[in-house]
Design a protein around this ligand. Structure first.
Ligand SMILES: [Zn+2]
Ligand SMILES: [Zn+2]
Length: 245
């Protein structure tokens, strides 16, 4: 996301891939992003803006590229930890308060969302109404530990309250495990998904997530909805065996 003073990147990605023809396993995330910022600056007839990097949470597939960015000038990497996020975005009470990042003419709200991970957040871009929900809400298998169930449920309730009060155009998470057909998933670890669901969810799904947690009422079991499913962590799939393909 670009503001007039600063650009914001969420996630630095997995950073590793299968070796290419030269045996290279590093995904060059930072050079691609810095080139995008340079192109934006040329188009706007101005100098490139500094970059702030934030993460939806601390899991490896979202932060592994951090080192590439930490090495660069004019880049601030906010560590994926509650204290660092609080400090950078002005959140006094975690997780009750909402913080903000001012990119210059564009404000992004930072909503603490512990549950999937203790450092989970959602980002809300006031300009476009886009809500980024990381691994907390996406078309697929939302894994939860019993120990984190009430924390996750409280977060879902707070996000529902936020969404009730703000216009939301799209909800984007960070994975797809869902098939296009309702209630069916590909199972975690699938690498070929020819008929997968679209990434975008809507504000109604935030309310549905909250409702699912209310229905669980403190006891963790699999709860399937048409577009996503709450599953105990470690479950590889939610679809019944006969429907797996
Ligand atoms: Zn995760
Ligand atoms: Zn993830």
């Amino acid at each position: 996301m670009f503001g007039v003073r600063m650009a914001l990147l969420e996630e630095t990605g997995v950073a590793r891939r299968e070796p290419d023809a030269n045996g290279d396993k590093v995904i060059p995330t930072a050079p691609v992003i810095m080139e995008l910022i340079a192109k934006w600056a040329v188009k706007k007839h101005r100098a490139p803006v500094p970059l702030m990097v934030i993460h939806s949470h601390a899991h490896g597939d979202h932060v592994a590229g951090d080192a590439q960015f930490q090495a660069l000038p004019n880049v601030q990497v906010i560590a994926a930890a509650p204290a660092a996020i609080q400090q950078a975005t002005g959140i006094r009470n975690w997780p009750a308060d909402v913080g903000a990042i001012d990119l210059g003419g564009r404000i992004v709200d930072v909503i603490p969302f512990p549950g999937h991970n203790e450092a989970s957040i959602a980002l809300y871009d006031r300009r476009t109404g886009i809500l980024l929900t990381g691994d907390s809400l996406y078309p697929g298998l939302l894994s939860v530990n019993q120990a984190d169930l009430s924390t996750f449920a409280d977060s879902a309730q707070r996000l529902a309250a936020f969404v009730r009060a703000n216009p939301v155009s799209h909800v984007f998470g960070t994975h797809i495990e869902q098939k296009a057909a309702p209630y069916l998933d590909y199972g975690r670890g699938t690498v070929y998904q020819p008929d997968e669901s679209a990434l975008a969810l809507s504000r109604a799904h935030v309310f549905e997530l909250n409702e699912m947690f209310i229905r669980l009422n403190g006891t963790l079991t699999t709860v399937a909805g048409p577009e996503f499913t709450i599953v105990p962590r470690g479950a590889a799939t939610a679809s019944p065996p006969a429907t797996r393909r």
